[in-house]
Design a protein around this ligand. Structure first.
Ligand code: KIV
Ligand code: NA
Length: 279
């Protein structure tokens, strides 16, 4: 397969073919997303929870994001790789944001970065894209601002709220975003925003009228124990946790019963050598 570039994303968008994006946080998850043909692989700061066991995305550090980006970059040979700028790495000034974006490119080895926010981030987005680093926007529900938003709440549920999301979308498009994530927005609102824009929208909890979709890999592959809370928009396509548990149980049982390792898992020694050794 050919390497995915901003040009390929543009071509998919113009053709009306939905763009597929999935998160990855290490070499194996990057490898499988790439092998499955994901056009964009996002090293999301959701790795704070799914790979590091943190409460939310706010405590993940720049250095930690960069380390995970490097692992994914070694695995993804075809996909466009986007690194998620963590809270605190881009809000202070456009200069700070550009410095962080450069670190993502040089140390994280990603092809572009994502940052959360709307119209207020326009000068920052402009600064980064002008330096030649592609920026993916993220509007609607912005998890890094969950404390200010009063939790994980659907955005754009009123006419005024929907107008705000649309204005944010137009502002970050004007600032140079090549596409934008639209999170937790009513389907009709996301569809209308998609129609008004001339860049692709990548939806998560935003209905099927977007130009593409994104999900967190461990959510959609079911790589978590039963009982965990899942947002309404997640579809569990697999049971990786169940499969892993089954395999590890079987290994435990066979080790306890000495059924493993069997002769096919052991190295032979010529009979004559063995006889001499045993003497
Ligand atoms: O961190 C993340 O995984 C994300 C996606 C859900 C868009 O930001
Ligand atoms: Na994120």
């Amino acid at each position: 397969r050919k390497k995915i570039t901003l040009g390929s994303i543009r071509t998919l968008y113009k053709r009306g073919e939905p763009i597929t994006m999935l998160t990855a946080h290490d070499f194996p998850s990057g490898h499988v997303a790439d092998a499955a043909g994901m056009e964009i692989v996002l090293v999301g700061d959701s790795l704070a929870m799914v790979a590091m066991g943190m409460e939310n995305t706010n405590e993940v550090l720049m250095e930690e994001m960069l380390l995970h980006c490097r692992s994914v970059a070694r695995a993804a040979k075809t996909a466009l790789i986007i690194g998620d700028m963590p809270m605190g790495s881009y809000e202070i000034s456009p200069e700070q944001a550009l410095e962080s974006a450069i670190r993502f490119t040089k140390e994280g080895r990603v092809h572009g970065i994502k940052l959360e926010g709307g119209a207020e981030m326009a000068p920052t987005i402009k600064k980064i894209t002008t330096a030649g680093i592609p920026v993916l926007g993220h509007i609607g529900l912005t998890p890094q601002r969950q404390n200010a938003l009063g939790g994980f709440r659907v955005q754009g549920k009123t006419c005024a709220g929907a107008m705000r999301v649309l204005e944010d979308a137009l502002a970050i498009q004007e600032a140079g975003c090549f596409a934008t994530v639209v999170e937790a927005v009513p389907a009709e609102v996301a569809a209308l925003i998609t129609k008004r824009l001339s860049i692709p929208t990548i939806g998560i909890g935003a209905g099927n009228g977007c130009s593409g979709q994104v999900l967190v890999q461990v959510d959609m592959t079911g790589n978590f124990p039963p009982g965990r809370f899942l947002p309404k928009f997640v579809k569990k396509y697999g049971d990786v946790w169940g499969e892993s548990l089954k395999a590890i149980h079987a290994y435990r049982d066979e080790t306890k019963s000495r059924a493993y390792p069997a002769s096919e898992h052991t190295y032979p020694i010529p009979q004559a050598e063995l006889v001499e050794f045993e003497r």
